[in-house]
Design a protein around this ligand. Structure first.
Ligand SMILES: [Zn+2]
Length: 498
């Protein structure tokens, strides 16, 4: 059996204008590997049809324009250049004529190129979209391979081209972002009182992940931070966002636009949960009058858990293990004269003094309990006491002692944002943003860290994060539709299955 595929061109009144033979397929026995179109045939077919379609379309449009709109005379042909069009189904080289302007009207220039003027961009939106969408999910190289394997691109697609196109898409999104402002709070209390009853609270989690720097000159400067976050309304889908603080001139505007797109009102409660990093805790203040910033309980417990693991390294039992608490042990260990003076303790005076694992664990539990109830003062006392006891036991070089010193600084720096977690928890309010931890993984780590050879510039990482978050939020197709009204992406595999 022989099958011939033709493209038939008709004029607007339905008469035959042209017939193009595109492919010829020969088939004999019907087997599973001979039935239907093979990928290579399908790619060839699509590429041929695309070439005919674009060639005829361009020819028809040019024919319509050749006559001068004022006097009707045909413009004179000067010469032709070539336009290379990059599409999903081939890379046609189109002759682009240059015409003389009609002398019936004064013109600033003698000639013009109508096709070049009609096509300021030479890559179709669908190709740009698929490049950005895949690059948002997997590496530039893998994206190029995927597209080249499944589509008749008609040219080699390099990872670099995918990267440059994806970055151009991100830059376009960036240009749409309004200017940065020190403050995004509009109006005053009286106006906010006039607003309709707001939606339920928004919870925003912010955290940072680290990526390898391409400008690495030493082990120390080998990494830089990418901030990732998620905004979660009480009802409805969450949205993730991200940026590279050292590159991004508009982090507040960026976050503000995410919250606004979720319907944030100035009288709405917004709770920001962060890991307490200096780079993120300043953001909330300028975004909403009702914003509250809390140290994320999840991050507090993570640090406590790590210290609990370090406590495993302490001795099981010591000379004073029978005492009921570390405080008592400490007092027993002191000389009688200055038993009440904690500051004078010195491990050298009693070489038998140890802090056991059980004692340290008990103190860490107390520490957790004080923090859970927002009692920063007592929590810091526990930290200091345990530090002193470890020093007295000659264990100030242990991992636990080091971690305690860091934790002390962490709690002091974030004391103002430590609420009574227990009370909030019982009231059903948010205290933890465990979802942020997964957001960092989703936005940053999965795409940018898992492969060790990946190196990033701050700009490259920032732009990719913009595209990746649009893909994860399922917004990228809307962006392309805004830029190109006729853009209609193929439905998602998930949508088709649904
Ligand atoms: Zn004319």
């Amino acid at each position: 059996m022989r099958v011939r595929v033709q493209v038939v061109i008709e004029t607007d009144d339905g008469s035959l204008a042209a017939v193009h033979e595109v492919v010829q397929l020969d088939r004999d026995a019907a087997r599973i590997d001979t039935l239907g179109l093979q990928l290579a045939e399908a790619k060839d077919l699509l590429q041929q049809v695309q070439a005919v379609l674009i060639g005829e379309h361009v020819r028809a449009c040019l024919a319509q324009q050749v006559a001068c709109p004022h006097c009707g005379r045909a413009r004179r042909h000067k010469d032709a250049a070539t336009i290379v069009l990059r599409t999903l189904f081939g890379t046609p080289h189109l002759p682009s004529p240059r015409w003389h302007h009609c002398p019936c009207q004064p013109q600033p220039r003698q000639t013009f190129s109508p096709l070049a003027a009609a096509l300021p961009e030479r890559t179709t939106p669908e190709l740009l979209y698929l490049e950005a969408k895949f690059a948002g999910l997997v590496s530039y190289g893998l994206s190029a391979q995927l597209l080249a394997e499944t589509l008749p691109l008609g040219r080699r697609l390099h990872a670099t081209a995918v990267r440059l196109h994806t970055q151009a898409t991100a830059e376009r999104l960036e240009r749409e972002l309004g200017p940065e402002r020190p403050m995004f709070i509009d109006g005053c209390q009286a106006e906010w009182d006039e607003l309709s009853r707001p939606e339920l609270p928004l919870t925003v989690g912010l955290d940072g992940g680290y990526v390898h720097s391409s400008a690495q000159t030493s082990r120390k400067d080998g990494w830089f931070a990418v901030i990732a976050g998620k905004s979660q309304p009480t009802e409805g889908p969450a949205k993730c966002f991200g940026f590279v603080q050292t590159y991004d001139p508009k982090p507040k505007r960026r976050l503000f636009e995410v919250l606004k797109s979720q319907g944030m009102q100035m009288n709405q409660q917004v709770t920001f949960l962060t890991d307490g990093g200096e780079d993120v805790r300043g953001l909330p203040r300028s975004l909403n009058p009702q914003a509250e910033h809390l140290l994320d309980w999840f991050h507090v417990t993570m640090r406590l858990t790590v210290m609990g693991q370090y406590a495993n390294g302490l001795p099981e039992a010591g000379a004073a293990a029978s005492a009921s608490s570390v405080a008592t042990i400490a007092n027993l260990a002191d000389d009688e004269d200055d038993a009440d003076d904690d500051g004078e303790r010195d491990g050298d005076e009693d070489p038998g003094f140890v802090v056991t694992r059980a004692e340290a664990e008990r103190e860490l539990e107390r520490l957790k309990w004080f923090l859970w109830h927002g009692n920063v003062f007592r929590a810091l006392q526990v930290v200091e006491d345990l530090e002193d006891d470890l020093a007295a036991a000659g264990a100030e070089q242990t991992k636990l002692a080091t971690a305690l010193r860091e934790f002390d600084g962490y709690i002091r720096a974030n004391g103002a944002w430590i609420p009574n977690y227990g009370e909030r928890y019982r009231a059903g309010e948010t205290i933890s943003s465990a979802f942020v931890e997964s957001t960092v993984n989703q936005v940053v780590s999965k795409r940018m860290v898992k492969q060790q050879q990946m190196r990033w510039t701050p700009r490259g990482a920032h732009l990719l994060v913009q595209v990746r978050t649009r893909v994860l939020n399922d917004e990228l197709a809307d962006d392309f539709r805004r830029w190109y009204p006729a853009f209609t992406p193929a439905p998602d595999i998930q949508e088709q299955a649904a």
